[in-house]
Design a protein around this ligand. Structure first.
Ligand code: FAD
Ligand code: SF4
Length: 378
């Protein structure tokens, strides 16, 4: 691992000033509009080369469960790390409208097991608990989960070309081993998938990402947070290099708590990334018809995959396997396999149908939970 300078600010302003003053060599992500950082801020000191800090890429580090692996493997370079674990963003709070505000530094485990998350958003709790291992979830933060990088084998293998790691070098996955790779939304430059489970549920729940920099605060709708690769696969998100995620807001969603399901299909029963996953949430009216519906698919694209027009097919209809099949086909329209991931197209179709069947019957979780329209169930 390369040597790095390390700062551990205790307040938000200091953290934002450190990253703004040091800039980032990650030219990949365009800066958001707004005033530039004040010129008089002191840069974080790199003891090896004081005064040369501006040429370094500066990174926030939270749980470190993804970033430190990338640094150790030489996939990313960050000679200055700003440890944000002392910032006051580890809480989960209720919002006046009945939603929740998840601190970016709240741990994945604390989020999944929070009583209000389990009660109001069992879909999110299930998705988080489907990811990684208990030890990793204890370390992983909510903000870091959103920004974890792809698990494409070639991205991690610095001996191979990869446009995401080294722009312009080529894509080794195209024509290579594609078992984990995208069937939707890919480009000739990159066919990687986004690996997060949590983000699939957040997409279905239409979360809002709150971010802040020295230039001010802004909110990013979850659908706009991750991007498709296009001709810039090195850019994963619309977050600017100097922006910190402070919170993730969950809008109220009582209509979905009793009828949601997260289904993850993977190589092993635990400790494996999704080949395909589905977050499904249905509003079922008293007469048994479907009101609103949300479906997000993971493991199939560079971002959680949603198609509102597919969801609309469910509105006002009675649940049926035939209907769910049509919805799956609409969600996956245009899917392309690349040899070793051809199997993902029928796999994802079956997963969508199955998740909708489970959601229609009623939320099932691994814990006892009371939801607004359901009693205790296992
Ligand atoms: C063996 C293994 C198995 C895994 N399995 C799964 C799985 O099945 N499903 C799944 O979803 N995930 C899985 N993960 C990934 C894991 O969920 C992520 O590594 C974790 O969520 C990242 O969070 P972190 O706090 O550790 O992020 P870090 O590693 O600290 O940071 C990740 C990135 O986010 C940036 N960052 C962190 N916080 C902020 C912030 N507040 N604002 C701006 N930037 C920030 C960092 O600069 C860095 O670029 C697995 C990981 C491992 C190592
Ligand atoms: S799919 Fe994307 S991440 Fe994987 S090798 Fe190609 S460019 Fe790199």
């Amino acid at each position: 691992m390369n040597p790095f300078a390390y700062a551990r600010p205790t307040d938000l302003d200091a953290a934002l000033r450190l990253i703004a003053a040091n800039g980032s060599t990650d030219a990949a992500r365009p800066a958001t509009p707004g005033p530039t950082a004040p010129p008089d801020l002191a840069p974080a000191v790199n003891p090896a080369t004081p005064g040369a800090a501006n040429q370094y890429e500066v990174r926030f580090v939270a749980g470190g469960t993804n970033l430190l692996d990338l640094l150790k493997e030489g996939v990313q370079v960050a000679p200055t790390l700003v440890d944000i674990n002392r910032l006051p963003f580890d809480r989960i709070e209720e919002t006046p409208d009945g939603g929740l505000l998840l601190g970016a530094l709240a741990r994945n485990a604390d989020t999944a097991y929070h009583p209000l998350v389990k009660q109001r958003y069992p879909l999110l709790a299930d998705a988080i608990l489907a990811g990684a291992s208990p030890q990793l979830r204890n370390m992983a933060s909510n903000g870091g989960n959103l920004l974890q990088r792809t698990r494409c084998y070639y991205f991690y293998d610095v001996a191979t070309p990869c446009n995401k790691r080294t722009p312009g070098s080529g894509c080794s996955a195209i024509g290579g081993v594609t078992r984990q790779h995208a069937i939707l939304g890919s480009s000739e430059h990159c066919i990687a998938t986004h690996p997060s489970d949590m983000c699939v549920a957040l997409a279905a729940l239409e979360a809002v990402v709150h971010v802040q920099s020295v230039r001010g605060k802004r909110e990013i709708a979850f659908a706009d947070f991750h991007r498709l690769p296009g001709d810039r696969p090195d850019i994963d998100t619309t977050l600017a290099p100097d922006e910190l995620i402070t919170h993730i807001a969950l809008p109220p969603a009582p209509q979905f708590a009793g009828h949601s399901a997260y289904l993850k299909l993977r190589e092993r029963l635990s400790y494996a990334f999704a080949l395909a996953s589905v977050a499904a949430a249905l509003e079922i009216a008293a007469d048994g018809t479907i009101g609103a519906a949300r479906i997000a698919v993971g493991g199939v694209a560079h971002k959680p995959w949603r198609r509102p027009e597919a969801e609309q097919l469910l509105q006002g209809q009675r649940p049926s396997d035939e209907l769910f099949g049509r919805v799956a086909d609409a969600l996956l329209a245009g899917a392309i396999g690349r040899g070793s991931n051809d199997f993902k197209i029928p796999l994802a179709r079956n997963a969508i149908v199955r998740a909708l069947q489970v959601a229609a019957k009623g939320t099932v979780t691994n814990w006892n939970v009371s939801t607004p329209d359901q009693g205790e169930h296992a």
